[in-house]
Design a protein around this ligand. Sequence first.
Ligand code: SAM
Length: 224
Amino acid sequence: MLAKLKNERRLEDNYRHRGLRRKLVSEIQAKGITDENVLEAIGKVPRHLFMDSSFVQFAYRDKAFPIGKGQTISQPYTVAFQTQLLEVKKFDKVLEVGTGSGYQAAVLCEMGATVFTIERHRELYDKVRALLPSIGYEPMFFHGDGYAGLPTYGPFDKIIVTAGAPYIPEALLEQLKVGGRLVIPVGSQHRQEMKLVIRESENEYRTEDRGGFIFVPLVGGKSE
Ligand code: SAM
């Protein structure tokens, strides 16, 4: 009984959280996010439930925070920026590389996408696989190496990579539908350029640079 009560407390989303989310939405709107569906999703997903307990009081600051294993929950503006570039539509099949806290996956689910998400760290994967369904989000979870994508589940309408890659993995380009969009930060460990890749035909891809960001690195191989 006490455990149940504690769990309900832990998963609480109250009027104070909703108020803080409204402020956060205004803040990222002021920074240039215009897609109403993205803003609505950020306004709905309870970010405080995705935070490490040491940082939970900062959940509605527009900042990245540690989530363990040397990884981070991305800054809400960055989540919104990448999601806006994807132009997510209801029922889009979306692959996310780098589940992390699960927050980005929840935003995509909230927008009505069918989400496939891969994480290389077993501990983060286990944690998110337990959390997300308990708060109403049901992506498909995979523990593996996102460099390879998910060949048996592709092709995808959209692919989002939430770690800094040294180059664009060939497998991800192959798993993108014609007309599909891939959003991926590419560069060194210290700075990456946000690349938007649009597959224009079977053999043609158009790439646009959309500004500098700093992510934790996309690391090859999965970790137990
Ligand atoms: N999308 C996450 C969120 O909403 O919290 C933030 C992701 S965090 C910035 C980057 C994540 O990518 C980390 O959890 C890291 O373990 C994961 N990662 C790094 N390299 C990977 C790879 N090759 N395959 C899958 N996940 C990877």
